[in-house]
Write a protein that binds this ligand. Structure first.
Ligand code: BGP
Length: 488
């Protein structure tokens, strides 16, 4: 029953600023993430910025998704801080070794994000940075050597820093033009080698955190930024379809607010309203127009009036996505009175949590797949799923990660059931992250996801040596049987 459709895409997913490093090599410009420190749950990561009088501020809610950062504040690097994006786990210099390791598990797809500021260092240049383009040529060459295809995320929660500082990020329509120019460059260069593209990562996070690079995070800025990103995505999709025959476009959504806390009508209604905040992003991008319920969302967030021009409406309609992709790590519950963006959610007494408090819920993945496919009858692609855990490596770097195997076994079985029993058209699964890398939310290294252990600690110390964990061979077996071994 668990065998998956022929041609199913099996792979792993990563993001440049968490994985790649090489922040000052190859002509790369600075990125919004480069000023973000490490951190932990207790001590959240922050940005480092300098005021006119020389004093330092540390906006907790980071500048790439700002929290009313003063106009005069300029990003600055401080000697005594550690900035994980600078080296990350150094895919920049280890890509051959890493891709060989991934190929060893039988991956036929690898999701990675292109670093925007590696291609256009400030976002505003007329011509791209050839060295940056060449790096991703080399990566794709290496993938092709092993029969893997790329799944490219064009923009993974990031912005060239200069676009944030000069134009207030996605609040500006100029950034739409910069994005489209950047996409055109990617399509010209890699279009004959890449079929699947994601215009944005977890774009619905904008509803809670704000768009990249704006100094404010009020309702108006958030939903204006989201609109500008919708227009940018739709323009890219239309252009991509024209430039690359057979290309397939998705955008990626975080989909965890799954359940009402109780069957109390007020909780049910609240849940529907909160869920719609995610549908807002999927509906608009996959169907190509704003739905009537958006007015209630704008009211709720004091957005006021968003002036959507007729021209923009045409662009949205012409740039509908071909598939819907999403990340799924956990489920959340929500109840009347909770804020509409409730990242942690209410606790769920029926589920166990990871050490980071994320409830583990494999059936929720099947629920989510059905929910999306029922609503948008387009193929779906699970582009992130995995377990962040504390791995204890032995002196050789080997980790006996049975808990990860258990998590993946249950989630992949739920996925197979959604496909085989419920009839969901799911084209692939890329596990986050096949190799240990820096955590997005906490900036830690000890929150590990990989099949491959990387010898590095939270402050960047270590040899960076890569070692296969127990789950590596387990996953290899699942892939070589195309899912049949899930029943063993
Ligand atoms: C998603 C992001 C990824 C990734 C993942 C795991 O939101 O798209 O970049 O990091 O979450 O989250 P974390 O790294 O915080 O554990």
């Amino acid at each position: 029953m668990s065998r998956l459709p022929e041609g199913f895409l099996w792979g792993g997913a990563t993001a440049d600023f968490q994985y790649e490093g090489g922040f000052n090599e190859g002509g790369r410009g600075l990125l919004s993430h480069d000023y973000e420190t490490d951190g932990s749950v207790e001590n959240p990561r922050h940005h480092t910025m300098k005021m006119n009088d020389g004093s330092i501020i540390r906006p907790k809610s980071s500048f790439f998704r700002a929290d009313n950062v003063p106009e005069e504040a300029e990003p600055v690097f401080l000697e005594d801080e550690y900035y994980p994006s600078h080296r990350a786990v150094d895919f920049y210099h280890h890509y051959k070794e890493d891709i060989e390791l991934m190929a060893g598990m039988g991956f036929n797809v690898f999701r990675f994000s292109i670093c925007w500021s590696r291609i256009y260092p400030t976002g505003d240049e007329e011509f791209p940075n050839e060295e940056g383009l060449k790096f991703y040529d080399d990566v794709i060459d290496e993938l092709e050597k092993y029969g893997m295809q790329p799944l490219i995320t064009i923009c993974h929660d990031e912005l060239p820093m200069a676009l944030a500082l000069k134009y207030n990020g996605w609040a500006s329509r100029h950034v739409i033009d910069c994005y489209v120019k950047y996409c055109k460059t990617l399509f010209e260069r890699y279009g004959d080698r890449c079929k699947y593209w994601l215009t944005f990562n977890e774009i619905n996070a904008v509803r809670g955190f704000g768009p990249c690079g704006t100094r404010e995070s009020d309702g108006y800025t958030r939903y204006l930024g989201a609109h500008n990103m919708f227009v940018a995505s739709a323009k890219a999709v239309k252009m991509g379809h024209e430039m690359m025959k057979g290309s397939m476009f998705g955008a990626m959504y975080a989909m965890s607010e799954l359940y009402p806390a109780t069957c109390k009508p007020e909780d049910m209604f609240h849940h529907m309203q909160e869920r719609r905040e995610n549908w807002y992003f999927i509906d608009t991008m996959a169907r190509g127009y704003y739905h009537p319920y958006v007015k209630e969302i704008w009211n709720h967030h004091h957005v006021g009036t968003l002036d959507i021009s007729e021209e923009d409406k045409k662009i949205l309609f012409a740039g509908q996505l071909d598939f819907v992709s999403f990340s799924y790590y956990r489920s959340n519950t929500t109840k009347a009175g909770d804020p509409w963006f409730n990242v942690g959610g209410s606790s769920n007494p029926y589920l166990e949590n990871t050490p980071w408090g994320w409830p583990i819920d494999a059936l929720g993945l099947r629920y989510c797949m059905n929910e999306i496919y029922d609503r948008i009858q387009k193929p779906i692609f699970i582009v992130e799923n995995g377990l962040g855990a504390i791995d204890e490596a032995d002196e050789h770097g080997y980790v006996e990660d049975d808990y990860r195997i258990d998590y993946l076994q249950k989630h992949l079985s739920a996925m197979a059931d959604a496909i085989n029993i419920d009839g969901v058209d799911c084209i692939g699964y890329t596990m986050w992250a096949p190799i240990d890398l820096v955590s997005l939310s906490t900036g830690e290294m000890k929150k590990r996801y990989g099949f491959i252990y990387v010898d590095m600690d939270d402050k960047g110390h270590g040899t960076l040596k890569r070692t296969k964990k127990k789950s590596y061979n387990w996953m290899k077996h699942i892939i070589e049987t195309n899912g049949e071994a899930l029943d063993e």
